[in-house]
Design a protein around this ligand. Structure first.
Ligand code: FES
Ligand SMILES: [Fe+2]
Length: 270
């Protein structure tokens, strides 16, 4: 994955093409970039290649049918794992149909915002998640055991990784499933949310039945998320009035404030 804009006069390379030799060829004047290094390799005009014309090359990894890119030279953490190996799972990845009108960190802050779980989502929380929060340099996690208002019992362990990855292992009515939302930021103030939902086939069920369970948990999670969407759309936060019940959220804001900052691709994306 490379920065998108041609270093000649800035055309969007996604409307170019990949040549037979694996170069990326700009649609505008045909500059070509090496498909491995991103270095400009060829100019149709025959002019010499400007030596500094090189695209920014992001480190990438492919998991769960999704290509993840890290905006830095070396990723500081790995893509989170599910409790079961990927090849033992029935897995579905997709994209939420609408962009969220906030930055990814606002959506991630929804997880450690423990008070909204009972008020907005009307969960009857049976454990004390405040007691069991685990903080690491690049992640935070805690367990929730709750009755949902529609009836299903959730026993889940949500995690935030970095500032834009939500990841969850757990059970609904005793059956394991995985659910993650991966947040891209197409432009400041907006988030494209990708998701992965997965389950393990039970020994006695058909593929259709596993698929039905996947759809069931996907609908359950989507309906919980849909309760947050209108709140996100109108959010105006001014620091100063968090209370004791917000202490996990407050600690998460601190995690965000002190998160290492780096934007090495900035000069390539203007
Ligand atoms: S803008 Fe890409 S070749 Fe000119
Ligand atoms: Fe929520």
């Amino acid at each position: 994955m490379f920065s998108a804009y041609c270093l000649h006069v800035g055309a969007d390379l996604s409307i170019g093409k990949v040549t037979d030799s694996g170069n990326i060829r700009c649609a505008f004047h045909g500059w070509e970039y090496d498909g491995e290094s991103g270095q400009c390799a060829y100019l149709p005009s025959g002019d010499p290649v400007p030596p500094r014309a090189s695209l920014y090359r992001f480190p990438v990894v492919e998991r769960y049918g999704i290509v993840f890119a890290f905006n830095g030279l070396t990723p500081r953490f790995s893509i989170p794992e599910f409790d079961h190996t990927e090849d033992s799972l029935v897995l579905k990845s997709g994209t939420f149909p609408d962009r969220f009108q906030v930055d990814p960190w606002v959506i991630c802050a929804n997880t450690p915002d423990l008070l909204h779980v009972t008020e907005l989502h009307q969960f009857d929380v049976r454990n004390d998640p405040y007691e069991d929060v685990t903080w690491q340099d690049y992640s935070a996690t805690f367990p929730i055991h709750a009755l949902t208002p529609a009836g299903p019992v959730l026993d889940i362990r949500p995690e935030i990784h970095g500032t834009n990855l939500f990841h969850q292992n757990g059970t609904v009515d005793g059956r394991w499933f995985g659910w993650s939302t991966w947040m891209g930021i197409p432009t400041p103030g907006q988030t494209t949310v990708f998701y992965t939902i997965c389950a393990q086939p039970e020994p006695d069920e058909t593929p259709e039945q596993t698929g039905e369970f996947l759809d069931y948990v996907l609908n359950l999670e989507m309906s919980i998320a849909s309760e947050d969407v209108p709140v996100f759309a109108g959010m105006h936060y001014t620091p100063g009035n968090l209370t004791r019940g917000d202490r996990v959220l407050a600690r998460f804001f601190e995690y965000l404030r002190t998160f290492p900052r780096s934007h090495p691709s900035a000069d390539f994306l203007n």
